[in-house]
Ligand binder design. Sequence first.
Ligand code: URA
Length: 268
Amino acid sequence: MPAPAEPAIESLLAFWADAGVDAMLLDQPFDRIEAGKVAPPVRATAPASAPVRAASPQPDISAAVAEAQARAAAATDLESLVAAIAAFEGCPLRFEGAATQAVVYRGDPKAPLMVIGEAPGADEDAAGQPFVGRSGKLLDRMFAAAGLEGRVLISNTVFWRPPGNRTPTPLEQAVCAPFLERLIALVAPRMLLLVGAPSTKAMLKRDEGILSLRGRWFEWRSADGALELPALPTLHPAFLLRQPGAKKRAWSDLLTLTERLDRPERPL
Ligand code: URA
């Protein structure tokens, strides 16, 4: 049985992660108290003779990105885009976390609003559709309450489930980006809703935490500058499930969104 303190700790860590504090977590839990290895206090200055450690080199993803761009550009409709993504082997996630299939989109192919989440989870991997688990059900209820039912198309920054539901890396997101941009071009929505910190960071290339970016309009631009759309960051539904007190902020973001979506467009 879990110790009573665990949900509170988990919730606090999730709160920090959603707020953009993601560098303090190791891939695997490490119990320093159990191991008796409490880290020594950090020295104010390193000794002069200390060797300078080189940053670990980033893998070269240029070939995978070029292939994704070529495959994406050749897709002329959503069906061929989904097939192109399914055939693409350049994203390592495909061979790591995904048990079954690529998860590309669900919703209205002509939706005025496109929602971009972080990454598929276990439920999405099994169903082949984004946001079908607990988070997705909450998202659907929020959209229905805001009058957005049937007016959205939902996708993610990556199309395969990361192992253990970890956050996708910027490199994995960069490899998938040409397909996501092609999806946006083919759907041609009027605006984007970016749910959660990893989606917001990947799409807007901004480093501030989601709590300061949410509810504010930004301009999203495609890599080639050909597409520009208003984009609104908001809190991820998984965060709202853990921190129900934050729901009022997400609701306020949805009202901001629908106000603009339903505003009559000015004639040119
Ligand atoms: N969380 C996401 O960000 N996307 C999904 O598809 C499911 C859960």
